[in-house]
Design a protein around this ligand. Sequence first.
Ligand SMILES: [Zn+2]
Length: 830
Amino acid sequence: MIRQMTKVFKFRVFVSALLLALLALSIPVASQTEQQPDKSDNPALHQALVDLTNPWTVMCVAAHPDDEDGSTLTVLRRKYGVHTVSLFSTFGEGGQNAVGPELYEDLGVIRARETMAASEVQGSEPYFLGFRDFGFSKSAEETFRAWGEKELLRRMVLYIRRLRPDVIITNHDTTSGHGHHQATGRMILEAFFDAADPAKFPEQLNQVSVWQVKRLFVRNRGQETSTGKEAPPQIVTIDPNETDPVRGTTYAQQALAALHKHATQGPWPKTIPAGGARPIRYGLVKQATSAPPLPADAKTPVDGLTLPDAEAARLVAPTIEGKPLTQFLDRRLELLVALLSSKRRGGFTAPKDVVDTDPHRFKLMAQRLDNALAVTAGASVAINSAGTALVPGEPARLNATLTNSGMAEIVIKQLKFRGLGVEQKLDAADKMLPGTDTAAAVNVTVPKNAAITVPSAEHLYDGLLFGQSLKIKADVVVDGANFSVVTEIKRDVTPPVEIVRVDPAIYVTTPATSQKPLEFKVRLVNHQATEFKGLVRIVGATLETGREISLMPHSSDVVNVSVKTMPVSKRRQPQSEVDVTVDLPIPKNPINKRAVPLIYADASVAPDLTVGYIPSFDETLAQSLSALGVEAKQLSVADISSGDLSKFSTIILDNRSYEAHHELIPVNDRLLKFVEDGGTLLVFYHKTNEWNPDERQKRPQLAPYPILLGDNRVTEEDAPIGFLQPRHPLLNFPNRITQADFVNWIQERGLYFPREWDSHYTALLTTNDKGEQPLHGGLLVAPYGKGNYIYTSLVWYRQLRAGIPGGYRFFANLISYGKGKPDASASSTP
Ligand SMILES: [Zn+2]
């Protein structure tokens, strides 16, 4: 034993001597390293080194993706090496989608991925509390009703205890903006002290320990929030306009690049304004009694924080000749020697007496030292998977590659895989020379009972959103210093044949279409390494059909399946369900299944309608018009500018059309001419800044008579609806609209309600959230020339998409307006 140790010791001395000898060679190290092509690694290397200088964790608390303060997170991590995490109350799934058709949970999946991408740019780690984003809410109370006030507090406390931030920052105050923002802003103030109180949520203490955050800062937007009795809060100002010397851009530019990752919430500004981004001011609103005072000249929210001497002494970053390692980016050998020496001396390991009080900080800093060693030594691991998905019962087909792109020999002590409930030591070479790599197969079969993680939208809240975690850890030795190199990827676990998508996802029929066969498009992927032969079936209470399919290994296909009508009496049940299944050749043994709601809406349209429509972000209009049995054509901007519009009785502009198709604005006169000549133009909601006249945007008044939008919304989806003109034909033909048509709406009633409109318009509906003024502009209609113009800020598209029968009945009246023959008694409008 002693002999062995001596040998190791001698070897180490030898290698150290060799490294130092290299350094001492007459060839200047700088010129030697200039030949290295890996200058592009400098940001990673710089980050790994600056991370060693900062033991603090800052948590940014936000209600939705894009509410995080990306500028401050970027400055804190990139410039100062602060460990930064962000905590989101929701996935933002209740918002609108600026780039694609996905909404609700599907949108949540995309926003979660966007947030991951943005966090990577910011250098922060995102965490999600997983509350449902049920859409815009006006008050914290409405939010608490949906989420549970105590549950919000419980989850915040748990994440504070788990992640142990020294400082919390948030953009949200307790009184302004979105109700989700207010609720998040209010509850984090309570969580600040509750996380340190063992009497609060004691059941968590089995997993985590209590934790006292030192300081809490709330974004200060200029207006003083204090009541006048209290002194205004102490302020820290973060200026993101400084240029990052390593990346060559300002921190504000980096934060903007991160914001661009939140693409579904765009459009974002393309560049930082010429005068620079506005500095960010944070007010100190809470501090622990044990926290040192915030220095008057603090540049960051962690300035002035201190650790007990015994801890601080162990957390001193290594240096070279007393200078920070970041000054030696192009002298890797010297860096490596300094880091190896720190590691051998037990750098960043907890002294015995603090093992129990602050282990998290030491674990984090020890990981940072290992990461700095790995980056400097050029050691990295990767997991490669032959397929993109994992199928229960099948081999995982993974392998690990360990690469040495550095200058020193790497001894491999152990290479280990962990994932899918399996731990496995991998066979690998026992050492690697510079410039080599070594691969090892992971011989793992995906357990038969591994949890399926697709479709992702069904796993937004259960922790399987990004798939199953697969990790490789390499324990290595360089020049006598032991450290670990780790990597983690996530992979979906799928059924052997996945039903990726069924169109339509909700099947609506009406009197005009209830006798037609049901037609489905089913998108399938065979994740197996063998051909799949089997059946796709549609199975309902009174119908069944099947179709043989065959899918090549690892291939996808879209299969059309239709099933004939069933007796009308059955079909007119307001709601039932069919299953789309994939079966092995012996039927009734489905290996995968997707339920499709089947909804009957008693909605009729005027005879002989021909509808043209311009979709914005999804296929709702096409599917709804098809459900109504209407002859319909999708129009392009070119069709509007130069096509023959006289063949259409009605044209529909989908929500936010003028934003989705800017080119519509210059040809808008053609649409108004279409109305003048006798057509009906139906325009769905727009945002204020996409609609109101704006000379700089070259946007005139878009309606034939002025409509100016405001910012009012009605967010309660069950807010009462009043009929201002109950006998108006639009409310009576072809379908007689009643209160029943406004039952079971989802999400909200409407948004960006008009605040002013010309007297040519008739306002038909009134609605408002509890305790607010009635809004009359939700549905405006005006005759213009021989035709009619309708603007509506109610969210018809959400109701149509969700298969709400009342939505179909009202939509049928909207597209029928001015056509056919309204009931005589209803046509006498005031
Ligand atoms: Zn928000």
